[in-house]
Design a protein around this ligand. Sequence first.
Ligand code: NOJ
Length: 748
Amino acid sequence: MKYRYALLALLFLCCKPNPQSQEPTETEIQTAVDNLLREMSLSEKIGQMSQYSQPTIASGPERNPQKSDMYHDMIREGKIGSFLWTWTSEITRELQEIAVNESRLGIPLLFAVDIIHGYKTIFPIPLGEAASWDLDAIEQSARIAAIEATAAGIHWTFAPMVDIARDSRWGRIAEGAGEDPYLGSEIARARVKGFQGNSLYEKNTMLACAKHMAAYGAAEGGRDYNTTDMSDRVLREIYLPPFKAAIDAGVATIMSAFNELNGIPATGNRYLLTEILRQEWGFDGLVVSDWTSINEMVIHGAAADDAEAAELAMLAGVDMDMMGDLYQSHLHHLVQSGRISETQIDQSVRHILTLKHKLGLFKDPFRYCDAEREQHVVFHPDHLLAARDIAAKSIVLLKNRTRTLPLEPRMAKIAVIGPLADNHKELNGTWAATGEADRSVTLLEGITSAVSKETEVLYEKGCDILSDDRSGIDRAVQLAQQADAIVLNVGESADMSGEAKSRADLDLPGVQLDLVKALAATQKPLVVVLTNGRALAIPEVDELADAILETWFLGTQTGHAISDVLFGKVNPSGKLPVTFPRHVGQIPLYYNHKNTGRPDLGNGDYTSKYLDIDNEPLYPFGFGLSYTTFEYADLKLDKQTLPMKDTLNITVKIRNSGNRKGRETVQLYIRDVAARAIGRPVKELKRFAQIDLAPGEEKIVGFSLNAKDFSFYRHDNRFAPEPGLIKIMVGGNSKNVLETTCTLLSGV
Ligand code: NOJ
């Protein structure tokens, strides 16, 4: 019987036309790698493990600035395996020609760039895209980024950034998917699939990199690069799941983090990079350090000198040294002195060469740099359409008093005000160096093209993003007084979030709040459009504005996407992937917190609360309004008691009770009420589903949960469920939910 199936499978494989017929098999690759390794000198092996940035571009402190000519010589000598921050088909071709034609073994170079949310067509920043909760759209955005970037000769993106962040002061929260490990894992998977496609051998797919392993997002005080310290349980339940999800989705590479975790810098952390990553999870791809993070182990105080730092990174499992030049300078000696074995070096080189084979670089080193394709695909109209679609889906409607929105596109006069309303420079957000700011559509441009010909669009900046100059506020007020409605675009500049961009305050910078106040006093309908890379604490804006749209940084199609929502062409459906606090003092603030022994139930003293502010967030995780309304009813379970090996089926009815078609993200949370010796979070997101409903329409949404979904790191450190009472909660955000319970039975 077995033979029959094997034969059928063989026949199927033989007969199936294989569009990738040139693609080498695993065995072919391993044989080729072994053969090459036998020919390589130690110096050439170390070269493969060394990555440098183009001399003109730095995304960190430059330790060893090299001149181009010097790089050329190093390539010839086989001393460079990979470049970062190197792109355009022309430049990559030039360097590749030297590697292939002028070095002894002709090993092709690997080119990497941080293609975080688009190459030329820039999509919303990752935190913004996460607010769409639309996994297909997120995958598509990564797919398009790969299509454009690969044509420019780029083989490898340092994305997705899968760090969970519960602290919006940390500027890099903009680069991830927010605070939740489940949503973060789903998005990690979608992004990896988008970048890597079905096969790395295709010319328009690229290596993805899940970063930064690990717990970088938990930097103390929200200050970038700062120390993290946490229990293994929190590490494994909150910070590691998105990495595991990325690995399950086949991510080819992992980047080690800058931070120290529980006393050990992540880049020298064998527990993380070998025991968990390779031994527990079976990862067999490539691990790259972060920019000079090997060198920084000396500054951390964890290595006596550069040589020891290189040794520690090798022992931890870092295959490639990004920009540190330490493998280049010290590995030779470390091997000769027996501190590192050549077998270990071979293992790292094997990871690198295998990926070069998988990309097809040994068959054709120039297959990615294709000037004609680059010209054809960048800013392709289909890409712009997709960018507009996901940008609109990323917008979250935070407030809509008396249906201020949508606006009437035929109104006589609209006032567009604010330092971000016509500011090309800021639209693309952090990590968009390959983009072209001038090609991005501002809000003013978007509104002008969306309103009727008769509508007069008035514009005034009002104030700067950061300065304390109030001189423009009066002009803005005068202008607003003539208009039927005000659209006010305030927030942060693009360089206020991203790497090394932590903030101590989460309010509107500069005098922007004064501008909001002055315009609110006109009594004209006031729509505040927020542009920012993190959750902000804006209770006054919430009070003063009639409507608020959170738009993050939306990229190339910013103005069109916001206008689509402002004028009702698109009904907003975004939901916050991160909790918005009332006050920075509440941070860290996240929905899946613990209950404490004295939760604040509004019942007096000696409870876990602040004297001066509420515990409640301004807007909870998962929150987002629509131009229609959704009613939840009939939350049902197919069983009240659940044997551990069984599946729990859950249904809930959702009705569109408004008068517009809309999309709702239905969220399922659980709470393990008594988990035996361990306190569990008050809510944990376990599933979500997106549904489109016409006015009056209702749908039953079904979810299934099994033992794995109820599992956690128990008191005995086993990842398993505990019998007992479980709350099941479903709603349109993490706060307002329908609730029921079931009992998980012990044993089978
Ligand atoms: C440092 C950043 O931490 C990392 O995310 C990025 O990929 C590298 N620089 C390369 O630009």
